[in-house]
Ligand binder design. Structure first.
Ligand code: ZN
Length: 198
């Protein structure tokens, strides 16, 4: 039985299709939205539409941005010879929050997982190797310490070793299986400073 009328039900259904939002949260959000001032709702839907239409990959590091080059890659003060390899834009954001890393990034958008059938060609690895043709002195591998993250780190280090570029892996202060974005800044910094050469 449809208690709310079809438009309300449709809104709840749309909201509950989002990750991490169950039926109850979707209902609460839907009620909140229909009581919001109309301009606030327009701002919200506008932000969603704009982000979806304009957000793309940075042409250098492949993070999500709404410009050709992200603010980090276009910042002259950043050290372009040091590249930190991360699995996702959220991991990049976690390191940026520490405010202590001055190099640039490379976002893989995933990790190698033979179990899930994700191979090296399915992540932005070719693009990383292309970047290494330039003036790069160190690649810091900061993939997660999950099985997939470790597999990816091993694979990348084997690829880079022959080029003579220094390859390091963030220290194992990061809990195994821990997603980088949930780790506090101090732990992240310690992991970065304690990185070991591979
Ligand atoms: Zn970038």
């Amino acid at each position: 039985m449809d208690y709310y009328g079809s438009q309300m039900s449709k809104l709840i259904e749309q909201l509950s299709s989002l990750p991490g939002i169950g039926g109850k949260t979707a209902q609460r959000l839907a009620f909140h939205i229909v009581h919001m001032p109309k301009e606030r709702v327009e701002q919200l839907t506008g932000a969603i539409t704009d982000a979806r239409n304009n957000v793309r990959y940075c042409s250098e590091c492949y993070t999500l941005t709404d410009q050709e080059k992200c603010p980090i890659c276009s910042n002259e003060a950043r050290d372009k010879t040091t590249i930190m390899v991360v699995e996702s834009t959220r991991d990049l954001a976690a390191y940026e929050k520490t405010g202590k890393y001055n190099g640039v990034y490379h976002v893989l958008h995933g990790a190698i997982s033979p179990m899930l059938g994700i191979g090296p060609a399915d992540i932005r690895l070719k693009e990383l190797m292309q970047r290494l043709q330039g003036d790069v002195r160190e690649v810091i591998i900061a993939t997660n310490s999950s099985l997939e993250g470790e597999t990816t780190a091993m694979y990348i280090s084997k690829l880079i070793k022959p080029t003579g570029i220094r390859v390091s892996r963030i220290a194992s202060g990061v809990p195994v299986g821990g997603d980088l974005e949930y780790i506090d800044e101090v732990t992240l910094l310690r992991a970065l400073e304690g990185r070991v050469e591979l």
